[in-house]
Design a protein around this ligand. Structure first.
Ligand code: PLP
Length: 415
């Protein structure tokens, strides 16, 4: 009798009871700031649980109090997101940056050391470089290929090893698609665990999640998302999410309540709608990307293609790819023969693909990282990581693959 449904089969119904909403088949938008208690005793009980004055009784659910604390559109969305990553709990935020900054603020304190992989998303990088130092938090960056002994040595040499509190990783790195070995980072982090200090690992899974990479299964404590990207998937909403272990999520949800950066009911509703098609969208995007990457790889005006599906089978990166990912994804970047002039000519000649930042949406988008998303990165460092004038990043959408390839071909012919 027991049948375990796959997440994609549950995205339309899971966690929602039509009988509580006049039989409405879809979860309505609960556009309300506050919720009526049946009795004063019930209000008291809800607050006792919400403020952690006592644990929930078996079968007791956190009652609805006020939409900064909880709201049905948020709770049902969070329960559905948990299914993809097999997480205990989830917190949804009004942006990816709100999700990431809340994790960092909750688990770091003055004097701590934060280790981070590079390149990181520009907003995360800015928060780490320019905001955290104001609170006396020290940071140490490393890059793909340094995860094992080299990273351990870098941490020891920093003189702050006993203060290591957290690692924040982004893999594949944006926009170069370099891979970071999560299990290897876990092993290094564990060497610095002490009885009163657990080193936490947070992975930004925006590029590959929640379908093709599951960091919690690889030893991460948190998985973080810009839900603006694949989860939202239609370039019409800004949102974020954090998932992880119960005891850690309690702390994140508590800080969210007091920062007030939770997502509103409209955002919750829109993301639930998006989750219904998440798997079909992402699978189609991946199928298209495999074809586009193959086309680019054979084109004389393209010097090299950075795509998980094209990693050299004899390279160390391929081993990480096989262990960590269930598919190559739908983010392709490539070096065009030439420099900024050629790259701009290509981007300005596209007819179907839109020239815009962001990613993961139904429409294909192209951009020039070194002058756009990554313009804030130190030029020497950017060059070392392969973020050059030649590099173009394309997020592949759900259009017909022949049409996407036609567009790329005609734009390359103008260069
Ligand atoms: C977009 C993005 C973010 C930031 O998310 P917002 O929803 O724009 O706040 C963080 N990380 C990655 C990898 C992203 O692509």
């Amino acid at each position: 009798m027991d049948h375990k449904f796959k997440p994609e089969s549950l995205m339309m119904t899971y966690g929602y009871k039509p009988e509580l909403s006049e039989g409405a088949i879809k979860c309505p938008i609960f556009q309300t700031s506050t919720f009526a208690f049946k009795t004063a005793e019930e209000g008291k009980a809800f607050f006792e649980v919400a403020y952690g004055k006592r644990d929930k009784l078996p079968n007791e659910e956190l009652g609805l109090i006020y939409s900064r604390i909880n709201n049905p559109d948020l709770e049902i969305l969070e329960n559905r997101l948990c299914l993809w990553d097999k997480a205990d709990d989830c917190a949804v935020f009004e942006s990816g940056m709100a999700a990431i900054s809340t994790v960092l603020l909750e688990f770091l304190k003055p004097g701590d050391l934060l280790v981070y992989s590079t390149p990181l998303y520009g907003g995360t990088d800015h928060f780490i470089q320019h905001f955290l130092p104001k609170f006396g938090i020290e940071t140490l960056g490393f890059t793909s290929g340094q995860e094992g002994d080299e990273l351990e040595k870098m941490i020891r040499d920093s003189g702050k090893a006993d203060k290591l509190a957290m690692m924040i990783l982004e893999t594949p790195a944006n926009p170069t698609n370099h891979l970071i070995d999560i299990e290897s980072c876990r092993a290094v982090a564990n060497k610095f665990n002490t009885s009163d200090n657990e080193v936490l690992i947070a992975v930004d899974n925006t590029y590959m999640g929640p379908l093709w990479q599951h960091p919690l299964q690889l030893g991460a404590d948190f998985v973080m998302y810009s839900a603006t990207k694949y989860i939202g998937g239609h370039s019409d909403v800004i949102a974020g999410a954090v998932l992880g272990r119960k005891d850690l999520m309690v702390r994140i949800k508590t800080l969210r309540t007091f920062l007030g950066n939770m997502a509103g009911p409209n955002t919750g509703w829109l993301l639930m709608r998006s989750l219904e098609t998440l798997k079909v969208r992402m699978e189609r995007q991946q199928q298209n990307a495999i074809k586009v990457a193959g086309f680019l790889n054979a084109h004389p005006k393209v010097e090299s293609v950075h795509y998980l599906g094209l990693i050299d089978k004899n390279s160390p990166a391929y081993k990480i790819y096989k262990r960590q990912y269930s598919g190559p994804g739908a983010m392709v970047s490539f070096d065009i023969a030439g420099g900024e002039k050629e790259a701009f000519k290509f981007l300005n000649s596209l007819k179907l693909i839109k020239l815009a930042v962001s990613l993961g949406s139904t429409e294909s988008l192209a951009q020039h990282p070194v002058t756009m998303t990554h313009t804030g990165v130190d030029p020497d460092h950017a060059r070392k990581m392969g973020i050059t004038e030649k590099l173009i990043r394309v997020s592949i959408g759900v259009e017909d693959s022949d049409d996407i390839i036609w567009d790329i071909e005609q734009a390359l012919s103008k260069v």
